[in-house]
Design a protein around this ligand. Structure first.
Ligand SMILES: [Zn+2]
Length: 250
């Protein structure tokens, strides 16, 4: 039985941290400060007051529109905050008060910041990876990884994506190569393959869905990082129990 206070705290923390990583994902690729100016409407400059900044609920109270000028606020922000809240809560329910939970929190938040950055600018800023990768590596070891697992995972993630990068001649960004190196660091060699498989599957479904509904043209590039983030977190949470189940069948 998971303790409710810890769970509730994790959910709120997930929403709050994600409203911060949303700002990081919007501003860092544009080389803007993440501290100043305070959050404001890009259309009219209306500065958000404290209650308007409350994750998810602020958006609902405003009915998705700016209080100053009525411009629609992208639903991506509250959606990400909701995903962050669920992800933090779920991680806590799985791993309790442990280094693995902290690893899951920072891993998820890094992926959400990069997904937001990719959605808003099609960029994967190096600086975000540079700041989080060492922390993730240390936490992976503290939560019990064998010494070679993060290294082999990072090497494999890098090798596969770099190969695809050179073969596809621009179909894949250099950012995706660095991102999968970081993912391999956390997931290890087996699961980086699982994550790559899931990310490609999700990316293909999203791409086909967008084309069928005519949301995008055939040649238009689609941000891939949101699919990578989803496939990666599903792997992080479920791969161990999936393989346990699978090998029990055999
Ligand atoms: Zn406005």
């Amino acid at each position: 039985m998971v303790d409710l206070i810890g769970l509730l705290y994790s959910i709120v923390l997930g929403a709050v941290i994600t409203s911060f990583t949303n700002v990081v994902g919007l501003r860092v690729p544009r080389k803007q400060s993440i501290v100043t100016p305070r959050s404001h409407c890009p259309s009219c400059g209306h500065e958000l007051s404290a209650w308007e900044l409350i994750p998810v609920f602020g958006y609902l109270a405003l009915r998705g529109r700016c209080r100053g000028c009525g411009t629609r606020i992208a639903p991506t922000y509250p959606l990400f905050e909701l995903l962050g809240a669920i992800g933090y809560g779920y991680s806590y329910s799985l791993y309790g008060m442990s280094a693995t939970t902290l690893l899951a929190f920072i891993f998820l938040s890094t992926l959400l910041a990069l997904a937001m950055s990719d959605l808003s600018t099609m960029l994967v800023p190096n600086v975000i990876l540079r700041v989080t990768a060492p922390v993730l590596l240390v936490l992976a070891y503290i939560s019990g990884a064998d010494w070679w697992v993060p290294l082999a995972g990072a090497a494999l993630g890098f090798a596969i994506l770099a190969t695809v990068f050179f073969l596809s001649k621009g179909g894949l960004g250099a950012g995706d190569v660095k991102l999968f190196t970081m993912i391999g660091l956390v997931l290890g060699p087996r699961d980086v393959l699982v994550a790559l498989f899931l990310a490609s599957l999700i990316g293909a479904i999203v791409g086909i869905g967008l084309m069928v509904t005519k949301k995008i043209g055939r040649k238009q590039p689609i941000p891939f990082v949101p699919s990578i983030a989803l496939g990666t977190m599903l792997t992080f949470w479920f791969s161990e129990s999936f393989f346990d189940w699978y090998f029990h069948l055999m």
